[in-house]
Design a protein around this ligand. Structure first.
Ligand code: ADP
Ligand code: MG
Length: 574
């Protein structure tokens, strides 16, 4: 709980208000049985109607006050709990948005979503409950005991029997349900993960006729959660009858002892009734406290999960006084080696190369050779394990991440399309882009040809994930987004893979012209895409095995020759 409780501080005043009204409510609660005892003793048993009426009005008034206090305190408690939940969600969200890919890899998306929704809901519910009960229960229990003893110490002795029984019962309930609640959270994570994978991969699942298999997988996860939830519910199904039983026995016991005393003339009926109510109140207080004990561990497990995210050390942090860049965007990799978290083999091993401003650089290599890793390092999505990456002679670790990323445009291999219009999707690349600029970018990206044919042009809605677009269309939109803003360096990570050769060639020609002064880094599996680059970097198993023009590499680089001969015919090579 500690990790998140500090965010409650700003609600101190509201918390005090909520608790104050709860205490008022509790005191009014304690007053009612007293009045009732009086009505019976002095009114009913003596046939004094006026007295009954006057105390009756008083009781009605106290009850109304009681309700009002309950409403007011609930209002403040809800305000605190909901406000706190909202704050916490936005803190977690901000934190996660600042995560490097390292941290995202570590947690996984499903649990990050869960932690920011379900877990925070648990915490917020418990805070609400605590605000309502934590003050109410002790005041009622202690006040009730004092009142009951003052009326009839003998009758109050009943508690000595029923409270211990209640304790034992509640102890076992708390003990058995706590671990179940904790494991429910994990199972919910798992269910969400499967659900997410299935929904995003629904087409693949159908294509491979894996629907049955995936259904099973979902059912297993669902079943798992359900069986735990059922266990919890079974326990609770037992709780209420059990508690009622204890309470009813207490009442019987009390009436029995009371009746003997009334018979002897040492006790009045009204007093017995009042004590009975106090004892009920005391027992209810203990139930309330045990309920808090049941939900508290669950919420504290949630709080731990949330705090873990909030306290996650950001591995990629800006230096205190980041340097500014003035140069043209010269990129240098010096002895760069990089291991993914837990990876045994380096994904990039001792890479050394330079990219001059304005150059078109191709990066080629088989799938898994480290091409994407290389550009992600340049974007500082991950930090190098050793060596350094310099831009205009400055280590990228000494730049602010914002400056670095403002300078580089990155178009990932898998285009990310958001729900919204085509225009909005492109605008992500430059917030204040004019419509002309957007159309211009779409034209350069060879996307205008299909966008212009759409009924609503750039105002056409695309669905989340761009499912109403083809792969090539999505890529071209992503490219348009990448080039709409002016940057010093443009990276296209395998962004042309879904384009046909003709579009690919036309696009590269336009990029060369439109982004003349900028450095263009084009990652591809296809020789044709990088062949005309000023410089080609050949990667093999994370190592740079060749740097140079197509011609030079054909002579000197075995790996490159192999890639080329596997893709191009003799005439194309020459
Ligand atoms: P390419 O883009 O050339 O196909 P990548 O740079 O994506 O290759 O991957 C290079 C190597 O690093 C591969 O062996 C891959 O399995 C590994 N790898 C890629 N991403 C991760 C990751 N997030 N965590 C661990 N290993 C990764
Ligand atoms: Mg890749």
């Amino acid at each position: 709980m500690k990790g998140v409780v500090k965010y409650l501080k700003k609600y101190t005043f509201l918390i005090i208000l909520a608790i104050t009204f709860v205490v008022i409510q509790a005191i009014l609660n304690l007053y009612l049985p007293d009045l009732m005892g009086d009505i019976v003793n002095k009114g009913v048993s003596r046939g004094n109607v006026d007295y009954i009426l006057s105390v009756g009005w008083k009781m009605l008034f106290v009850t109304l006050l009681n309700v009002a206090a309950a409403i007011v305190s609930t209002y403040f408690a809800a305000k605190v709990a909901m406000g706190f939940g909202k704050d916490l969600r936005s803190h977690v969200y901000k934190k996660v948005m600042n995560f490097s890919l390292n941290e995202v890899d570590k947690y996984g998306v499903a649990t990050l979503i869960n932690r920011n929704t379900n877990d925070i809901t648990q915490i917020q519910n418990v805070i609400f409950m605590m605000l309502r009960m934590v003050a109410l229960a002790p005041v009622m229990a202690i006040g009730g005991t004092i009142m009951a003893i003052s009326k009839s110490p003998k009758l109050t002795m009943v508690l000595l029997v029923s409270l211990p029984i209640m304790f034992v019962v509640m102890y076992f309930i708390v003990k058995y349900s706590m671990p179940l609640f904790k494991s429910m959270q994990k199972k919910l994570d798992n269910l969400n993960r499967v659900l997410r994978e299935n929904l995003t991969g629904v087409r693949v699942i159908r294509a491979f006729a894996k629907t049955e298999y995936e259904k099973k997988r979902f059912e297993v996860a669902n079943e798992d959660l359900t069986s735990t939830a059922l266990k919890v519910n079974r326990i609770f199904a037992l709780v209420f009858p059990l508690i009622l039983l204890i309470m009813n026995f207490t009442i019987i016991f009390l009436i029995w002892i009371g009746a003997i005393q009334i018979d002897k003339g040492t006790l009045e009926v009204g007093t017995m009734m009042a004590v009975m109510q106090y004892i009920m109140q005391i027992m209810f207080s203990f139930i309330m406290i045990s309920v808090v004990f049941i939900f508290l561990p669950r919420a504290s497990a949630s709080a731990e999960r949330v705090a873990q995210v909030l306290n996650e050390k950001e591995r990629i942090k800006d230096v205190k006084s980041p340097k500014k860049l003035e140069g043209m965007g010269k990129v240098e990799f010096k002895n760069v080696t990089f291991y993914y978290e837990g990876g045994k083999e380096p994904a990039i091993e001792n890479a050394n190369f330079e990219i001059n401003p304005g150059e078109v650089v191709g990066i080629i290599g088989s799938s898994g050779s480290g091409k994407s890793t290389l550009v992600k390092l340049l974007m500082r999505f991950y930090d190098v394990t050793s060596g350094e990456i310099l831009i205009d002679g400055v280590n990228i670790k000494e730049l602010s991440q914002k400056d670095l990323r403002d300078m580089i445009s990155f178009t990932p291999s898998r285009p990310v399309i958001f729900s919204g219009t085509i225009e909005e999707n492109v605008r992500i690349g430059k917030e204040d882009a004019t419509e002309e600029e957007i159309v211009e970018a779409l034209k350069t990206a060879q996307a205008w040809e299909f966008v212009s044919k759409l009924p609503e042009g750039i105002k056409t809605q695309v669905s989340q994930g761009g499912t109403n677009l083809s792969g090539g269309q999505k890529q071209r939109l992503a490219i348009a987004r990448g080039i709409v803003g002016k940057r010093k360096i443009y990276i296209f990570d395998d962004s042309f893979s879904a384009l046909d050769f003709k579009t690919d060639a036309k696009l590269r020609k336009e990029l060369r012209e439109k982004l003349k002064d900028a450095t263009k880094i084009i990652v591809s599996l296809r020789v044709a895409t990088v062949m005309n680059a000023d410089k080609i970097i050949v990667l093999d198993k994370g190592r740079v095995v060749g740097i140079g023009t197509h011609k030079k590499l054909m002579k000197s680089c075995e790996v490159y020759r192999e890639i080329v001969s596997s893709q191009l015919s003799e005439e194309e090579i020459a």
